[in-house]
Design a protein around this ligand. Structure first.
Ligand code: SF4
Length: 417
């Protein structure tokens, strides 16, 4: 079972002050440095990443304080729809159950018209963004990604298109023979608004060699993302955890993202808009079934990764997103108390994680996300892809209980546009 429902950990505000005298000297020094606003180095990051038990409560409390100081008590979400235009893929990542061979009975490839229909439907339901990604079909026309963008924009000119992982971009470059910069420029001119920073998994070629041997390398991922940032195309950033990696890999991955953001993002228009930790959904994957990976992250690891991400990225990537379909609502709430400030999107459909095992849900309405956020005592905010506030809603007086979106009554109280 992928969704963890027996949770013993109880995060609490003030845990750092209470527990500081009992913490190891390196951890206490690292947390004090973070509270002073300093960027931590690798050794300090590792002390934070390895904290468990009571020490993890102190780490989560520090992450929560940094979150409040940097982005306040609002929790944002975007009204969006996933469109996975094909599941045909030749790459064969061992952690993935979404990609299918061309001859598989459940292989599909939606036409440009179907993709545009879905975008139009999403827009009519209030979506401001579509997130378009797919498998890598053999022999695909290298300009097909641009064709998708033009088909959507012709139908829904104002929708933001968040599309194509760095892996897909590299594939498009290979198939067309174009230079990366020219290829990304072509996509931008065809309507690309931003790139998902997916296909990152863990940005370490040793780990990548185990979990996704045929996928793009660390250097290629960095090149695609950096070039996008230079061209003014914002991207998200992600990390998949809970498989073969260790805490030192989290730290190095996060420090790399921080360095990229400092080098490119903060000077250019956009950079990384957010960081999204993605827990490994293990159940049906070859990576897990062949004994190479552990069965996803523990609850402590979920909290540790979110808190560590806030602490290491607070000065460079202020938005930290939970992936509620993977975490489930209870752990999502805990991650919001451990540094996170964004609930991602309504999705409308989810096909990738759900292929690998149980997830919480594949869609949530805006009202359901608002009610979930209210149940944590925070303030719901609808945002654009680039984190511009579109609507701000009233907080509700139900802060002390976990309310899953499907239990909550809809009590929408919009206060500001
Ligand atoms: S993760 Fe992406 S590239 Fe890898 S097998 Fe799945 S669909 Fe293909």
């Amino acid at each position: 079972m992928a969704i963890k429902r027996n949770i013993a950990l109880a995060l609490r505000p003030g845990a750092y002050d209470e527990l500081a005298p009992a913490l190891s000297a390196p951890l206490r020094a690292a947390l004090d440095a973070a509270l002073d606003g300093r960027d931590l180095n690798e050794a300090e990051g590792l002390a934070v990443a390895e904290a468990r038990g009571d020490a993890l409560l102190a780490v989560a409390d520090v992450a929560d304080r940094l979150r409040r100081r940097t982005v306040g008590d609002e929790v944002s979400y975007v009204v969006n729809r996933n469109i996975n235009f094909t599941n045909i893929c030749f790459v064969g990542c061992t952690f993935c159950c979404f990609g299918k061979s061309q001859r598989a009975p459940d292989a599909y490839w939606h036409s440009l018209e179907t993709v545009a229909d879905r975008a139009e439907q999403a827009w009519s339901l209030g979506a401001t963004e579509v997130c378009v990604q797919g498998g890598l079909p053999p022999e695909m026309d290298g300009t097909y990604y641009a064709q998708i963008l033009r088909a959507i924009k012709a139908r829904v000119p104002k929708i933001h298109i968040h599309a194509f992982s760095p892996m897909e971009v590299v594939y498009g470059v290979e198939r067309t023979g174009m230079q990366l910069r020219d290829y990304l420029t072509m996509l931008r001119d065809a309507g690309l608004g931003s790139l998902p920073g997916t296909a990152a998994e863990i940005l370490d070629d040793r780990v990548r060699g185990v979990i996704s041997r045929a996928k793009l390398t660390r250097a290629q991922w960095i090149e695609v993302i950096s070039t996008a940032h230079e061209l003014g195309i914002p991207t998200t950033s992600t990390m998949m955890y809970g498989h073969v990696e260790q805490p030192i890999d989290w730290v190095r991955h996060l420090l790399l993202l921080r360095a990229i953001q400092k080098q490119h993002g903060q000077k250019q228009n956009g950079g990384f808009t957010e960081f999204v930790p993605l827990g490994f959904i293990h159940e049906k994957t070859a990576l897990y079934r062949t004994g190479l990976a552990r069965p996803g992250a523990t609850v402590e690891e979920d909290i540790a990764v979110h808190a560590l991400s806030r602490i290491l990225l607070n000065n460079s990537i202020p938005n930290l997103q939970i992936s509620w379909p993977k975490l489930g609502w209870q752990i999502s709430r805990m991650c919001l108390d451990a540094g996170a400030n964004d609930c991602g999107g309504t999705l409308m459909e989810e096909n990738i994680s759900s292929a690998a095992g149980e997830i919480e849900a594949s869609a949530a309405t805006p009202e359901q996300l608002q009610n979930f956020i209210r149940s944590t005592g925070r303030i719901p905010v609808e945002r654009s892809t680039s984190y511009r506030v579109l609507r701000r809603f009233a907080a509700a007086a139900i802060p002390q209980q976990v309310v899953t979106p499907h239990q909550a009554e809809t009590t929408q109280q919009e206060v500001h546009v």
